[in-house]
Design a protein around this ligand. Structure first.
Ligand SMILES: Nc1nc2c(c(=O)[nH]1)N[C@H]1C(S)=C(S)[C@@H](COP(=O)(O)O)O[C@H]1N2
Ligand SMILES: [Mo]
Length: 246
């Protein structure tokens, strides 16, 4: 039985209990009608563990274009780049039992995943490339997430329009099997334009979520105190959705 209280739709606010409503086929049929479908509800109803399509090697784009920052260009980044990133460390902190500082070699010691996927930018272009790196989930398991952790925040080396680039994802995406910390594109170390030495691949979401030049990851219980509180550079500075599912 669906009680009326749980089915007030179209008035803007959706209610707690989406999960329960979503489990009822009749409710799904009603809720999926038209554009009043709320994004949060869409998220609740989508199979968040489904895999993004993967492609054959010959389907790769001849050139994987870049977008946003193409070179962080700061003195700190330039120094790391001059040293071929030997001194680069990815720090993992926040709500973890064991804070980590991982070198590129350390990333290479985790089991590696390679995947040929399509990158979709909100601006309307896409490109297919092969990415390789450890699963984010394995790295987080090494750090030991505390119970209160809900989101992973990615701090990047670049400023874009003078503001630090950062992004965040929830733990469903963080532990998705195709979510990796990529250090290789098309069997080579990442070019600077594509995020060297390490960038996030979160294949079920749009391009702006795929943080390049990742320097630090933080496990947090809330996004409220990160940046301006909306969970990412574009979310804070324009009005992009925090969840950018494709
Ligand atoms: N640090 C950082 N990450 C970033 C960006 C950026 O400007 N800085 N741009 C985002 C956007 S909008 C896209 S489409 C992709 C582009 O990745 P690519 O340069 O490898 O094509 O990176 C995303 N990650
Ligand atoms: Mo993008």
């Amino acid at each position: 039985m669906i009680r009326r209280r749980t089915l007030i739709i179209g008035g803007g606010a959706l209610l707690a209990g989406c999960d329960r409503v979503a489990a009822i086929p009749e409710a799904r049929a009603i809720l999926f009608k038209g554009e009043e479908m709320h994004r949060g509800l869409q998220r609740a109803l989508t199979d968040r563990n489904a895999l993004a399509p993967e492609f054959r090697a010959d389907q790769r784009s001849p050139i994987f274009r870049s977008n946003g920052t193409r070179d962080p260009g700061t003195p700190a980044y330039q120094a790391l780049r001059d040293g071929r990133f030997a001194d680069w460390r990815l720090t993992v902190g926040g709500l973890v039992a064991r804070p980590l500082a991982l070198s590129l070699a350390d990333l290479g010691r985790f089991p590696q995943r390679a995947q040929i996927t399509r990158h979709d930018c909100v601006e309307g272009w896409s490109a297919i490339g092969k990415w390789q790196g450890p699963r984010l989930g394995d790295v987080l398991r090494a750090a030991g997430l505390r119970d209160a952790a809900r989101y992973i925040v990615f701090r990047c080396a670049d400023l874009y329009g003078g503001q630090p680039y950062y992004e965040s994802i929830d733990l469903v995406d963080a532990f998705h099997p195709q979510t990796i910390l990529a250090w290789a594109l098309n069997d080579r170390f990442l070019p600077v334009a594509n995020g060297a030495p390490c960038r996030l691949r979160v294949e079920r979401q749009l391009g702006y979520k795929h943080a390049k030049y990742v320097m630090r990851m933080e496990a947090v219980d809330s996004l409220a105190r990160i940046g301006r509180g909306r969970g990412g550079y574009w979310e804070d500075n324009v009005d992009y959705d925090w969840y950018a599912g494709i």
